[in-house]
Design a protein around this ligand. Structure first.
Ligand SMILES: Cc1cc2nc3c(=O)[nH]c(=O)nc-3n(C[C@H](O)[C@H](O)[C@H](O)COP(=O)(O)OP(=O)(O)OC[C@H]3O[C@@H](n4cnc5c(N)ncnc54)[C@H](O)[C@@H]3O)c2cc1C
Length: 487
């Protein structure tokens, strides 16, 4: 290492998901810091990673790179992945009252396939909305349920959003904060929804419309979604960053209001690495628990109120070329326990392996529930029953059934979470050199391109002298607040 590199600050990044890797790559290539990334797993990518089974590339649930990605970041990914970053048309469907509706929604398909009572209900709700609103001021007690019902009407809420929300977050829509509806749902009013559907009639292609030749599309790497993270990781290493796998962070040490070091286990030996800055993408509550010295009780209690929904991913390897032509099937209805199945071969359009395909079923749950400990065979049976109920039974021989479990799938915006989040956020701001970002770190229900944007923003706040511009970061934080999750 040259003397010039030695004078740069040492930044220890916690977590090698897209947020951690994006920051490592940017820091290293702009020679702003000496970088070490600590990741507990034996591979990079976090929830956006992939793995290979019998020649099939599998993700942790349905993952797509959305065209809404910041152009500079997208350009970097295109350069890193080259021809491997495919442009693919979106082709999914939603089960609604025993019918299948194309997703993303298409005007003609909606007209032909919408259940008549549902269409009539939406129309009535739309007409009622033309009347002047009864409420002048925003309601202090607004919830996800009241806000969406006010904006979208009863029908869509009752038959789609509310049952889907119950499955995803595990709480009643009345218990969910209005923040979920305001900031995280793109089409959160009938007007926006109609606009979204009917703008699809325009044959324009641009990243802002997410359409190519008039059709919605997404980016997807040839070797699974995790190839994005692998490419970032390799590029970061080439630029001089160090990435340590199977390194579980145990302690984030600080002294006199400033970070000092990180202790991690690998997997049995304890190591300590000194740090000028610690940039964490770990779940916010885990970061708080790792702080040494320990924060006061009020902070520890607030961290316990920050909750994440877990998810079991059930994979079926089937002895057939394709299960269906669709990339994903969505199940809002309560009688089907899973929220979605995806068929990875329809994401990368792979021909190989011939005679073999995979399905990945998403089952949101709590780690305290019995289902979390269920055997793979039983979970496999549950998925097969769900698909039979949905009238898309598996008929091909099943080669394998296995599962993966993710503990931090979705942040749960339970009503009142904001005050606990703000308390933690404020507390962490008081520790010099410590930064938290990414989906888990900022408790943000958002996409990979948002996590990457946070990473690039953090690096932009570090100047050539190694000082961090907090004012600039605050401005970026305001931008993050406007991020809306794409499905
Ligand atoms: C089911 C599902 C579907 C999704 N679909 C899409 C999609 O279609 N498109 C899209 O853009 N986004 C999608 N997302 C979101 C996407 O997965 C996230 O935006 C992305 O993974 C966030 O990256 P991150 O780096 O912030 O967090 P993560 O990917 O969660 O990375 C955090 C990392 O920290 C590590 N870590 C945690 N604790 C420790 C510890 N103690 N020590 C060391 N390391 C630790 C973890 O192992 C992990 O690697 C989906 C998410 C889910 C759950």
């Amino acid at each position: 290492m040259t003397d010039m590199t030695k004078s740069k600050p040492q930044i220890v990044i916690l977590g090698a998901g897209p947020a951690g890797l994006g920051a490592a790559f940017q820091l290293a290539r702009h020679k702003k810091a000496r970088v070490t990334v600590l990741e507990q797993r034996d591979r990079v990518g976090g929830n956006a990673g992939s793995f290979e089974v019998e020649g099939l590339y599998l993700d942790y649930g349905s993952h797509r790179l959305h065209p809404a990605c910041d152009p500079a970041i997208l350009q970097d990914l295109q350069q890193l992945l080259g021809d491997d970053l495919l442009l693919r048309p979106r082709h999914g469907r939603i089960r609604l009252k025993n019918r299948w509706i194309h997703f993303p929604l298409k005007p003609l398909d909606l007209l032909m396939k919408l259940p008549p009572e549902f269409a009539l209900g939406v129309l009535t709700d739309a007409l009622l909305k033309i009347m002047p609103p009864s409420k002048e001021k925003p309601d202090q007690n607004e919830t996800f349920a009241s806000l969406l019902e006010g904006q979208l009407g009863k029908t869509i809420c009752r038959d789609f959003y509310f049952p889907y929300a119950c499955k995803i977050w595990g709480i009643a829509p009345e218990e969910i904060s209005d923040v979920q509806a305001r900031r995280r749902i793109a089409a959160n009013s009938l007007g926006k929804m109609f606009k979204k559907v009917f703008s699809k009639l325009q044959w324009n292609s641009s990243p802002s419309t997410g359409r190519e030749g008039g059709r919605p599309y997404f980016y997807y790497p040839r070797r699974g979604y995790g190839q994005i993270s692998e490419a970032l990781s390799q590029a970061a290493i080439r630029e001089g960053a160090e990435i340590v796998l199977t390194a579980r962070v145990q302690q984030v040490q600080w002294e006199r209001d400033r970070v000092k070091a990180v202790t991690y286990e690998d997997p049995s030996i304890r190591h300590t690495v000194q740090a000028d800055y610690i940039w964490s993408t770990l779940p916010l509550n885990i970061l708080i628990q790792s702080l040494q010295p320990r924060p006061e009780e009020e902070v520890i209690l607030a961290a316990k109120k920050i909750k994440f929904r877990a998810m079991i991913l059930v994979y079926l390897i089937l002895e057939q070329d394709r299960f269906s032509e669709f990339d994903a099937h969505y199940f809002p209805e309560p009688e089907i326990p899973i929220t979605r199945i995806s068929e990875p071969k329809n994401y990368n359009n792979a021909v190989e392996p011939v005679g073999l395909t995979a399905l990945c079923a998403e089952l949101p749950c709590e780690t305290s529930q019995e289902v979390w400990g269920m055997k793979d065979e039983d979970l496999g049976r549950m998925v097969l029953e769900a698909l039979s109920t949905a009238k898309i039974p598996v008929t091909a021989p099943i080669r394998q059934v296995f599962t993966r479990r993710i503990q931090y799938a979705y942040p749960i915006y339970q009503k009142g979470f904001e005050k606990y989040f703000q308390l933690l956020d404020h507390y962490l701001e008081g520790i010099g050199g410590l930064l938290t970002f990414g989906r888990q770190g900022l408790f943000a229900h958002d996409n990979t391109h948002h996590a990457l944007y946070m990473a690039y923003s953090a690096v932009d706040c570090l100047n050539e002298q190694g000082d961090f511009d907090h004012e600039k970061w605050r401005r970026y934080r305001n931008i993050f607040e406007t991020h809306v999750v794409e499905d």
